[in-house]
Design a protein around this ligand. Sequence first.
Ligand code: C6P
Length: 420
Amino acid sequence: MIVKQEPTVKEIKNTYDVYKIREDFPILKIKIRNKPLCYLDNAATTQKPQQVLDTLNKYYTSMNSNIHRGVHYLSGVATDAYEEARIKVKNFINAKSGKEIIFTRGTTESINLVANSFGRSNVKEGDEIIISNMEHHSNIVPWQFLCNEKKAKLKIIPIDDNGEIIFDEFLNLISDKTKLISVVYVSNSLGTVNPVKEIIEAAHKNNIPVLLDAAQSVNHLPVNVQKLDCEFLAFSGHKLYGPTGIGVLYAKEEILKTMPPFMGGGDMISKVTFEETTFNELPFKFEAGTSNIAGAIGLGSAIDYVTSKGIDKIANHEADLLEYATVRLKEVPGLKIIGNARQKSAVISFIFDNIHPHDIGTFLDYEGVAIRTGHHCTQPLMQRYNIAATSRASFGLYNTIEEVDILVDSVKRVIEVFNA
Ligand code: C6P
């Protein structure tokens, strides 16, 4: 009998043709100041493949109509395409049902939805919400609003110098007052991949629900909400090669059923009188007003695209880029990497003692290299490291080893200019 061998990691990597993938992205062909675009700001937003652009074009040229409302042909076609996109999201993150997928404007709105709906109806004076020191402002400010309103307390999981959550201290923060734990899956500033499975297990031992900010994970790692067993998960379409203005809140159906609507308006209702309103079924109860229909359909197309390339292969490719970039950037005299967690994904932040990140970003821009500089909407994290900002290169599925070389060589030239 012939036993079929599972392909090794190396074999999987060899099937990934990044140069062919790049041909799908028209913007990667443009020049910036006569230099080829070297786009390394994927944590801020990703570029869009032709397949997604074609889907958006097709929507507006052959389907455009409002959904869930019309009896006419186009409305039916648009509704079907929108609901099909919901099922693509459901399958992508392995949710149990399309009822658990709520389209929002993005991660920020998804977290605000949970804070306003679940939070306002479950958190009372003296209760506690746990977040970590490496959260994006989107996973800080909504909880501050809630805690201020309810006189509840925000508790912060500390991190070590490498950028890892200090797990014992996290466990010590859990109490019978904890109403929710909301943590980032992959840090946008450090690249740390947090031990979310362990966090969720610890939370569930104490009957505490968990929200995962997956803005920087769905595009880099396979995410399976049933395996993770998280109660909530939030992400944005534009970081997953889809359009801006569309995102997702996943939540377990049994929790969504108990949550009041976040916004009132059309489509989320069942019956309205001046005396009383009853609400639509899930997930429509949480989608008030005309949704970003084209955005949702475009996101579905982006999910098709990413799935066709294989999220495991993408993760392998990006791990190679990160490893190579880490080795090469360490060659640069005076460069210090911020974020040295054992598990990292696709992001590398660095600083120099004597050069401001904005100067580095501006210089690199002249070389056609797009990175992000600043606090990356993680000011408390910057305070933890006692720095104002970092330079951050972040990788996507189309980046190449040659682009890492361009980055490193350009950074070396900045040093020469500044130290001359
Ligand atoms: N981070 C970055 O350059 P929105 O804006 O809603 O699509 O995503 C907000 C958000 C939430 N959580 C994390 C971990 C994020 O990285 C982001 C967006 C971008 O790092 C823009 S600040």
